[in-house]
Design a protein around this ligand. Structure first.
Ligand code: SF4
Ligand code: SF4
Length: 226
């Protein structure tokens, strides 16, 4: 899932300072699970803003709403009429959600309420770690299910590098060398022969952004798509 962290309160307060009526829109999927931008965090932010501005004798009218996913047209479409009443929007979605929301509801300024961090996993509530950089050519089948692009700070497809020290990473000795872990995983699954394989350079065929993925069924039905 996408992991994000809420922006510092002072930064959000400064963003909305010129407005009298704002809408905070939460997202009920990834950012809700990582406790950054779901319904509860929308309520918390609204309360914080009201309290802080109240102490300064300022008044800010705040609307709150949370949709299932802000990266999904199905859930965004109905929002546009609703947003029309507000001077500005804070979106608590990841960067993709903020952009998609603005594309549809473009009449007022929009501000991100969270910083989008990475694609990762939920180890336990409040503890998230990165696992994938969306490289577009997944190697996990060759590396015992450990991502060399993400877990090795050098992103080596053929490791380990010469700096591994007793199984620790030279870039961060606090961490186990990703390629040592890959070796042990492959040993456990009886696939050590994969360590001998020389992987070619990563094809940077999608090195320009933005990327597009069109499902074959979509292509068959609608043809090419911009
Ligand atoms: S190799 Fe790593 S970065 Fe690439 S798609 Fe697989 S998990 Fe993601
Ligand atoms: S020590 Fe291991 S994880 Fe660290 S940079 Fe070298 S190969 Fe990558």
């Amino acid at each position: 899932m996408i992991i994000a962290e809420r922006k510092p309160f002072a930064e959000i307060k400064a963003m909305v300072a010129p407005y009298k009526k704002i809408l905070i829109i939460g997202c009920g999927t990834c950012v809700a699970v990582c406790l950054a931008g779901g319904e509860k965090e929308v309520g918390l932010l609204a309360s914080q803003l009201k309290l802080a501005l109240g102490l300064e004798d300022k008044r800010l009218e705040i609307g709150e709403i949370t949709v299932e996913r802000q990266c999904d047209l199905e859930f965004l479409r109905p929002l546009c009429d609703f947003t029309a009443d507000y001077e500005a929007i804070i979106s608590m979605a990841c960067g993709a959600g903020v952009q998609y929301l603005k594309q549809l509801c473009y009449l007022q300024p929009i501000f991100p309420g969270v910083n989008t961090s990475f694609i990762g996993v939920n180890n336990e509530p409040g503890y998230y770690t990165e696992r994938c950089r969306a490289c577009n050519h997944c190697y996990l089948g060759l590396t015992g299910g450990i991502c060399p692009v993400t877990m090795c700070p050098k992103g080596l497809l053929n490791g380990p590098c010469g700096g591994t020290i007793q199984g620790r990473c030279e870039a961060d000795p606090e961490k186990e060398c990703a390629w040592s872990k890959i070796y042990h995983r492959l040993e456990l699954e009886g696939s050590l022969d994969k360590m001998r394989r020389i992987m070619p350079l990563h094809p940077h065929d999608r090195s320009t952004t933005p990327g597009t993925v069109i499902h074959p069924a979509f292509k068959r039905r609608y043809g090419a798509h911009e």
